[in-house]
Design a protein around this ligand. Structure first.
Ligand code: FAD
Length: 358
């Protein structure tokens, strides 16, 4: 049960549906716990409808934080991005202009201003342009999933944790009827939501549904320090870095992801991330690596989310997406509404599961 399954289930329970959460492991311990977890739309300019969905994702987080309270999972402190290469810097500035044209809030600061106003512990040249996206955030995914599932269970949802879905049974008309679990039990159901993250293709296969996905692993490292010396999620040159709660920092880099197939030992990848982070934030000099993990991104083949009903298998729905952290609450709300009312929201028009039908 990651952010997507928890989001759909929580919304269904609030509207009176009977829900059973099923997870082969424990809630929130899949890729939702091994992610950079940056809530944003500034990195989603590839298609306007995708950008709009991500903007709705940020708005859905603000609403959720008001509804359930923000404690220990919601950190809306904005996002900083800068480069050390003139060509990359020019690209970032062009993107910021486009985003401003689309009505998305962005401030262009200098390194000196950022150190004075926002993050004194950073080392960047004083004259470097730094983009500040004030409406972006980071989320503690595992804590949020725990909160959503906990509330849903308190409101009557059932759960089967530690049990994998082994089979999905359909009736003579092809509609969903049963789910068989690895503990030998079977559930009678009307609806199945495939929110299995990187394993979604396998679960789709249980109803003979092809869901092509990319292989795009990423590596993240958690480090511990006495006190986190900065406040917000950042894309610095060569390293992405964010707080991860008390005394914990999380590191990621697309450049290090590109080494996953050549450097076999994840610990070595972690050491490279740690070295880059200490370069940007020297106060992390005393920090130590706690854990490094390679995780698969749940990315449908064309890179966009797959969300909604599959008309050829009545009762089968998908909630599969990269950027699932940003999109979790909005997908949860839209898909729960579609399941209960049958109405398809226009916002998901470009992200329908049937585009992968043979
Ligand atoms: C390195 C990296 C960086 C990322 N950075 C960002 C970011 O900055 N911003 C962002 O928005 N997104 C980011 N993402 C993507 C984001 O983390 C995911 O899209 C999101 O966490 C997916 O959540 P999920 O609920 O689909 O999957 P998961 O959290 O993996 O949950 C799926 C659950 O399904 C269970 N499951 C699987 N198969 C079965 C089965 N057969 N039976 C029962 N249970 C099963 C698993 O145990 C798991 O708990 C990143 C991902 C990676 C890897």
């Amino acid at each position: 049960m990651g952010i997507l399954g928890a989001g759909v289930g929580w919304n269904l329970v609030r509207q009176g549906a009977e829900v059973v959460f099923i997870d082969a492991g424990q809630p929130g311990e899949g890729v939702t716990n091994w992610t950079f977890s940056w809530v944003n739309a500034s990195n989603k300019t590839v298609r306007k409808s995708y950008f709009d969905l991500n903007v709705a994702g940020i708005a859905a987080y603000r609403e959720l934080a008001t509804t359930i309270g923000p404690d220990s999972w919601w950190y809306p402190s904005g996002h900083l991005r800068w480069a050390d290469d003139p060509a990359v810097e020019a690209k970032f500035l062009r993107t910021a202009e486009l985003l401003a044209d689309w009505g998305y809030r962005v401030e262009v600061c200098t390194g000196a201003e950022v150190r004075r106003r926002l993050e004194p512990a950073l080392t960047m040249p004083g004259e470097t342009p730094v983009l500040f996206y004030p409406d972006e955030a980071w989320v503690h995914g595992r804590n949020l999933v725990g909160r959503l599932v906990g509330q849903a269970v308190a409101a009557g949802a059932e759960h089967r944790f530690g049990s994998a879905v082994r089979d999905i049974g359909t009736g003579a008309d092809g509609s969903i009827r049963t789910v068989a679990l690895s503990d030998g039990s079977s559930l009678d159901v009307d609806v199945v939501v495939n929110a299995a993250g990187p394993s979604a293709s396998h679960v789709a296969g249980l109803v003979a549904r092809p869901l092509p996905m990319r292989r795009e692993p990423g590596v993240v490292t958690r480090i511990s320090c006495a006190q986190v010396p900065f406040h917000r999620v950042m894309h610095a040159p060569h390293i992405e870095i964010r707080p991860d709660g008390d005394g914990s920092v999380l590191l990621h880099s697309r450049e290090i992801d590109a080494l996953i197939d050549t450097i076999e030992d994840p610990a070595e990848l972690g050491r490279l991330l740690h070295a880059s982070a200490r370069h940007v934030v020297p106060e992390l000099g005393d920090s130590r690596i706690v854990q490094t993990r390679v995780a698969n991104r749940p990315i449908p083949a064309d890179t966009f989310p797959s969300v909604g009903a599959l008309p050829s298998v009545p009762g089968y729905y998908e909630a599969v997406s990269h950027s699932g952290i940003t999109l979790g609450p909005v997908i949860g709300r839209l898909l729960a509404s579609e399941i209960l009312t049958g109405k398809r929201d226009e916002m998901l028009a470009d992200f329908r599961p049937e585009r992968f039908s043979p």
